[in-house]
Design a protein around this ligand. Sequence first.
Ligand code: SF4
Length: 331
Amino acid sequence: MNDILVSFDNVTIDYVMKKQSLRAVRDFSLDIEKGKITAFVGESGSGKTTVVSALLQAISSPGKLTQGNVYFFDGDNKIDVSALKNEQLRKFRWSKVSMVFQASQSTLNPLMTIYDQFYETAYYHDAIASKEKFDERLNYLFDLVKLDAKRVFKAYPHQMSGGMKQRVMIAFALLLNPDLIILDEPTTALDVITQKYIFNQLTDINKNLGKTLILLTHDIGIVAKVADNIAVMYAGSVMEYADAYTLFKEKKHPYTRGLIEATPSILKSPEEIQPIEGNPPDIRNLPSGCPFHPRCKYCMDICTEQRPPLQKIGDEHYISCHLYANNTQKL
Ligand code: SF4
């Protein structure tokens, strides 16, 4: 267990409302390896943000963890995250796990300087031993994300570019030195050069500081080079999980294959870029059987009737697809 930092154990999350209950995540089990970069990839509504929110008890209302557990391994201590209360939870957040939410740059307070916002956060987490030590830490973090501390400390959010603000958010996530950082769509709305720059910094943080990262993205292409492991999600379930090399080389699941074929590349002609037909499913009315079946060109009778289990088809390679029943590989 020493190489596992987080274990999602049969997690189900429902949005419980007066008239109906919507299942956003279903029977989700996955171990996150310590010191690795794991990407959760899927279209909007695939459940990737919802499931990692359970790791911080931050599922947006009226969502609830209705089954399963999320465990965090802190040395020999196995923490059941859903059992954390008040002060325990406050300490766990940021100091063990921090999250940079999607478009979180816009959560920067427009009326405070960047320095004051860091100071306030550290103050409320009792993380300031002295102003000198705090300044030293902040200079170190800004150096790490390659921002000019002298200039940015005094700046207000509107005085910075989108790429600078995103690097400020990464420095924020590192402020209390957590073991795990979750980044939700970390490069959305940034140009490709800034995207590359941010991913280089995230890779450095992973390799040089040993931080475990979880990246959430709809774009499988942008995590191809940085992720160690990839979980492809659809309709709240894992469709395929493998190390990045295996996933891209074998692309067994029809949905994984569709995501890769839809990704633009300078090596592809426009005709080779094939979008996945149809739309992501509506969780108010999920298809029977395999949730991907209305969009799948390999759909068989069984696919409309029975949901395929997640099964192991290779060394740490898992897939949920009837094409691989009894581990016979078809694609
Ligand atoms: Fe396609 Fe059937 Fe596999 Fe689902 S189970 S991905 S419908 S082949």
